[in-house]
Design a protein around this ligand. Structure first.
Ligand code: M6R
Length: 617
């Protein structure tokens, strides 16, 4: 939930670290700091506020050192203050530490260390770990066989930690060295030309190198100017695997858009194409996936699916449930990952579990995956971030291939998850009762989705006008039925996240069982109105809202006629296959939320209290 960066090389470290922090700011943005080792001293600049505040502060320090660490924070322990910002320096001045995660047993550590004379300047859990490393460093005997006292003191301290961490540590006695380690918080090492750059996410690395090593849980890396070495908490050496990042630095830039959210909304046609590429069978009647590690015969044995996720990814699971049950006729259960991990759910032998996570680092989703695996179930994953923890721990899975999603509000990752859910439904359906010709039609419809999304995006100016008209309202309802109920939930979540408007998503017909009490001239309802069996029922629900003077914004499929005077605003979407409908219907609610947030002057990409990737419970 924080971003960390470390640098060892020949360049001035501070500029590279600050640039990396800007790229990681989506992970946390309430305070930031940098520490550079120069002339044997740990020089720290840190401030509450955004990275741009830190940039000004850092300029005053005139950093010249070639090794350093930096951090952008999403507060867990202790308020948003300069003192609580990272890096933290041990009270003996020997060590500086940055941390992403939570040290659960920090209180006991602090008590122990206070008894040994260590002092604390912050309210954070991190400072306890920093002093614990310093304590071990002070006690560590001179190294034998060329070993490192610095590395061994970090290793010893970490053995006492309960909780999660991605850390990077500098030592005043060890110029141009960093020791870093991870447990349940991501850490990637970039291996550049005579330099190493370490970060929570490849976004901070890609401008310097595309060669990376993804650290695993329980691993430490010791970086020196000439080399790096990976080992475990038990002191076993690990042979590094160097991967290549497939995306380039420009992919994580705004490229002329005002916000990442806007860019990512408009990138969706291309993102959907990338998600589908190479994933249809040659006969054009079904989907194919390379990394499931499950044979078709094994797939046929499955008689139940369980999907787990959080936030928008959970909404994508609900759509997948609808499509798998409708087309493949296999029962599906959907659970919040955060509930599943503690619910002790009875699962039978032939249940296949799926977890969905854009980042692949969401701690609740990771814990759900581990819990299902512990019970002996095979778990597959849908992830966007290559090499993420969930992607590595799953038994198999599918990458989304939509490139980096930087905006805190998920957009292109969400529609790509909807697409993959539709493809999984097709894949299983074609193993069961779906005919060849229905399969071909389904595939053709999915292939047409990017163009349909392009059509809807052309309505952005119209949606912007609607947003302007309704931006001052304090409450919204989003109503949808069947596969569009989760899209209603997603619309409400988007609006809440980025414009701080109270919004609720409901199945349309449920509205009269309570939420209708909210309806007034002050509470607009966004109706998702597809053609088909329930069209007339939805129109009746709209009439009920209208009778109570509630303004109505209707997202309506082409060819459906809403009776005059019922909807105040109509946003048409193309009529399409049921597998594509949720994707197409999502675009107007994304645009509406984005433009309402703009009207209200909100910080769209960095909404208050949120961070992109939730790596704490
Ligand atoms: O990275 P994940 O897909 O696991 O993230 C799950 C949620 O935290 C995420 O979808 C969140 O709800 C977004 N901010 C929604 O816009």
């Amino acid at each position: 939930m924080c971003g960390i960066v470390g640098y060892v090389g020949k360049q001035k470290a501070a500029a590279i670290i600050l640039e990396g922090l800007k790229r990681l700011e989506y992970r946390g943005y309430d305070s930031a700091g940098v520490c550079v080792l120069q002339a044997g001293k740990l020089d720290v600049a840190k401030k509450a506020g955004r990275v741009e505040v830190l940039v000004k502060e850092a300029a005053r320090h005139k950093f010249t050192g070639t090794s350093g660490i930096g951090h952008t924070r999403w507060a867990t322990h202790g308020g948003v203050t300069d003192a609580n910002a990272h890096p933290h320096v041990s009270s003996d001045g020997k060590l500086a530490l940055i941390h992403n995660g939570v040290i659960e047993n920090y209180a006991g550590m602090k008590k122990f260390l206070a008894g040994k004379g260590y002092t604390f300047k912050s309210e954070t859990d991190t400072e306890a770990l920093c002093n614990l490393i310093a304590y071990h460093y002070a006690k560590e005997p001179a190294p034998k066989n060329g070993g490192s006292r610095f590395l061994e003191s970090v290793r010893k301290a970490l053995r006492h930690v309960e909780g999660t961490y991605g850390i990077a540590v500098l030592c005043a006695d060890c110029p141009d060295e960093i020791v870093a380690a991870r447990k349940a918080s991501p850490l990637v090492l970039g291996v550049g030309d005579q330099e190493y750059i370490l970060a929570s996410d490849a976004a901070a690395i890609v401008s310097r190198t595309q060669n990376v090593v993804y650290l695993k849980d329980g691993e430490l890396v010791h970086i020196t100017p000439r080399a790096f070495a990976i080992s475990t908490l038990d002191q076993a050496d690990v042979s590094p695997v160097v991967d290549t990042i497939t995306w380039k630095v420009g992919d994580a830039d705004l490229n002329g858009y005002a916000h990442f959210m806007e860019k990512e909304i408009f990138e969706q046609p291309q993102a959907l194409e990338n998600t589908m590429r190479g994933r249809f069978a040659e006969d054009g009647s079904t989907a194919q996936f390379g990394g499931l590690n499950l044979s078709a015969a094994e797939f046929r044995q499955i008689d139940r699916l369980l999907f787990c996720a959080c936030g928008s990814a959970w909404h994508a699971c609900l759509v997948a449930e609808h499509l798998v049950e409708s087309f493949a006729r296999v029962p599906v259960e959907v659970d919040y990952a955060s509930e599943f991990r503690y619910r002790n759910v009875p699962l039978d032998r032939n249940t296949l579990c799926w977890v969905i996570s854009q980042s692949g680092e969401t701690i609740d989703t990771l814990a759900a995956l581990r819990e299902a695996k512990r019970k002996g179930h095979r778990v597959l994953a849908i992830n966007n971030v290559v090499g993420s923890t969930i992607a590595r721990e799953a038994d198999g899975g599918v990458y989304q291939h939509v490139g980096p999603e930087i905006g805190v509000a998920s957009t292109k990752a969400f529609t790509s998850q909807l697409l993959l859910g539709a493809m999984i439904a097709l894949y299983i359906a074609r193993m069961r009762d779906m005919s060849f010709s229905d399969g071909v039609q389904y595939v053709q419809s999915l292939k047409g989705a990017p163009d349909l999304v392009r059509t809807v995006l052309k309505q952005a100016p119209k949606i912007r006008k609607i947003a302007k008209k309704y931006a001052k309202h304090a409450d919204f309802l989003f109503l949808g039925r069947l596969s569009l109920f989760p899209v209603a939930l997603e619309g409400a979540l988007k609006l809440k996240e980025i414009s701080y408007i109270h919004a609720e998503g409901y199945p349309t017909a449920e509205m009269k069982h309570g939420p209708i009490a909210l309806v007034s001239e002050q509470c607009p309802s966004v109706f998702l109105v597809p053609k088909g069996d329930v069209f007339n029922k939805i129109v009746s629900s709209m009439q009920e809202i209208k009778a109570r003077k509630g303004p109505i914004i209707a997202v309506v499929t082409a060819g459906s006629e809403i009776p005059p005077g019922v909807a105040d605003e109509v946003i048409p979407i193309p009529d399409c296959h049921p597998a594509v409908l949720p994707i197409v219907a999502t675009i107007p609610v994304q645009l509406l939320s984005y433009y309402i947030a703009l009207e209200r002057g909100c910080d769209v990409d960095k909404p208050r209290n949120l961070a992109k990737s939730v790596t704490v419970e």
